[in-house]
Design a protein around this ligand. Sequence first.
Ligand SMILES: [Zn+2]
Ligand SMILES: [Zn+2]
Length: 341
Amino acid sequence: MTDLPPVTCYHASNGARLYRLPAVVFPPGFVGYSYVVLEAGVPTLIDTGSGFGRSTDDLLAGLAALRDDFGERLRVTDIERILITHGHVDHFGGLAHLLEATGGARVGVHPLDKRVLTNYEERVVVATRNLTIYLRRAGVREERLAGLLEMYGFSKKHVRSIQVDLLLEEGTALDGMQFYHVPGHCSGQVAILIGDILLSADHILPRTSPHLAAESITHYTGVGHYRESLHKIARLPGIRLTLGGHEEPIDDVYARIATLQERLTLKQERILDILRSAPQPLSISDISKALYIDKHGFDVLLALQEAGAHVEYLYDRGYLAIANLSEFEQDDHAALLYTVL
Ligand SMILES: [Zn+2]
Ligand SMILES: [Zn+2]
């Protein structure tokens, strides 16, 4: 059994109190954080875990600790607002459980992830079809395709659709919380500035470079949007502390952003090197294998998405050409082969 980090309290410069609540969002030990914000309008919960395994129980235990360990006079039913930072299952999968526990809080999310919450079944079907087309074009063999698609759907089956009451658009200010649209990792990803504390969700993490997939699978994701969204946060002055959806707090977000940008550039240079030194044009699957050696299971799918996100970025900006254009013209299922221009 995974030992969870403790519930932690942070004080923002505008008087708000933020509590970080840990939960194992995917077994056996992938930890995600939700946050309770007090003294910024009505009691607000930000993100709800995955709803999977022990996630909701962990979260409810964290909420109980606010009263028992920190002396807050807060019951679960006092939470009037639940804000979702982005439409990934480890952040909103527990929403139905939390709505039940709170007795019907209002739900907020960015417009671009609203459909994920309100019409989840449709979203899964569309995203799975787009992913199928993507994987074929990436050069994944038919016999491997079904297995990868099954893994993709596995973590998503328990989620049901929910009504949305509030839209967290770029520039929205709500009771001392300022919302920034930072697409890339997810279309409707928002970061929330509360005084001098930034809740970065999965946009900026201290150790991991957030997962990126190609925009051809889901609009408003991809490397280009991600890099612009990093710039957006880098331009905000006075962020003292950054708290993410996973991993530990970040003291210097500006330095972390510079490192993340550098890593993206290095990865793109590496892809160009792989293509230059290959004896023949390569598919995204070939590039993925060269970039991410020894990946298994779900990690193969993540690697294929990540490699493709970078190939798309380079292709869109004129660094790459398609080597088998006539084959692609005649066959919908042909894998695209790339060369360096
Ligand atoms: Zn995410
Ligand atoms: Zn996450």
